[in-house]
Design a protein around this ligand. Structure first.
Ligand code: ACM
Ligand code: ZN
Length: 350
């Protein structure tokens, strides 16, 4: 197997994210993708493991996450699945043998309906939340005033740190609504007890202890670009997805970033108007030609590039493969064409 180590004109971060929640993807398919990533010398597999529609990661101290939150009911069928600890440890080794790091993502404090379904005491209303069969941004979030939230997150992230040797742990942080916090007496009490200026501070009230836990294990925290606004004081790597603004702001704040602006890097977008996705008319198209035109902004702190595949409209490996290729190859080419200011004069080729 040829080495997948960094070359002088490649970015340090050459990533691909697979959403295994909206539709479950079997381990055999993930191994196939890791093989393809190794062929293309991509080196970070970002594994999106939790979301509103399901929870795929076993946490011994929280068995209901698998018993109740790993499947959803659509009509008369069950949709879902989960990975065992053994499968995860084996996959981590499989990736390591290909010089790929598996970077797990546990998305908090929003995108948690499935977890709230299993453990209602984590939610503001305190009653059971339905696991949705639809997509979007839901109101349900972790309750900052529930004594259970911090204990739950500790259980989850201790397991994540044990299962994944990755130097980076992704904690999500995208698309969080404030409405539940505004209407929750427990959350309002946290705001007044701490003299917080607004509900936005609850975001860091929940996330900062987890950032500290991750750092105390010598690992770094990654979050989606919303975290620049919600947890500006945290030293995290920003994944800039809503555009390049996240990376630009991160650079101003002296933070590192990974670029995955959706209009150039989201592989769930159809390649052309001839390949429409039923139910997703809002999606822009993303052709190979368009990806090729992407120019990395000339700012400090960019670790690299990543493509993401969200699977709301993709039922399984067959549909996912159709979206991933050939555009993953285009991503890889971009990842191996590092531009200034990341490329030092002494490193320049020819
Ligand atoms: C995202 O696409 N919500 C990160
Ligand atoms: Zn609350």
């Amino acid at each position: 197997m040829s080495s997948n180590k960094q070359h002088c004109n490649s970015y340090e971060w050459r990533g691909f994210m697979l959403d295994c929640v909206r539709h479950f993807m079997p381990i055999s398919f993930i191994k196939e993708i890791l093989d393809q990533m190794a062929r293309l010398k991509l080196n970070r597999f970002h594994w999106h493991l939790t979301d509103d529609q399901g929870w795929r990661l076993p946490i011994k101290a929280r068995p209901l996450l698998i018993e109740k939150a790993s499947t959803r009911i659509d009509g008369d069928h069950f949709i879902g699945g989960f990975y065992t600890e053994e499968q995860i440890r084996d996959l981590v080794k499989y990736a390591e043998a290909r010089d790929i790091v598996i970077v797990p993502e546990i998305d908090i404090p929003g995108h948690v309906c499935a977890a709230l379904h299993a453990y209602p005491s984590l939610s503001c209303p305190g009653h059971e939340t339905r696991i949705p069969n639809t997509w979007g941004i839901f109101e349900d979030v972790l309750c900052a005033g529930s004594g259970e939230t911090a204990i739950f997150l500790n259980d989850v992230f201790e397991t994540v740190l044990d299962l994944f040797p990755s130097p980076w742990i992704h904690i999500g942080g995208d698309e969080v609504k404030d409405d539940r916090w505004k209407n929750c007496p427990k959350c309002q009490k946290v705001i007044s007890d701490n003299n917080y200026p607004s509900e936005r501070s609850l975001y860091s009230h929940i996330l900062s202890p987890i950032c500290q836990l991750i750092r105390s294990h010598g690992r770094s925290v990654i979050g989606w670009d919303e975290m620049l606004e919600s947890c500006p004081q945290e030293d995290i790597i920003i994944m800039s997805w809503r555009g390049e603004e996240g990376a630009i702001e991160a650079s101003k704040q002296g933070k590192k970033s990974i670029l995955c602006p959706h209009e150039y890097f989201y592989l769930d977008y159809p390649e052309s108007k001839d390949d429409p996705i039923p139910g997703a008319d809002w999606m822009p198209t993303l052709s190979v030609e368009k990806m090729k035109t992407y120019e990395v902004p000339k700012i400090e702190g960019i670790l690299g590039l990543q493509s993401n595949l969200w699977t709301e409209e993709l039922l399984g490996p067959k549909e996912a493969r159709h979206r991933i290729f050939p555009r993953l190859e285009t991503l890889a080419k971009k990842c191996h064409q590092k531009t200034s200011p990341q490329l030092k004069t002494s490193e320049k080729v020819n």
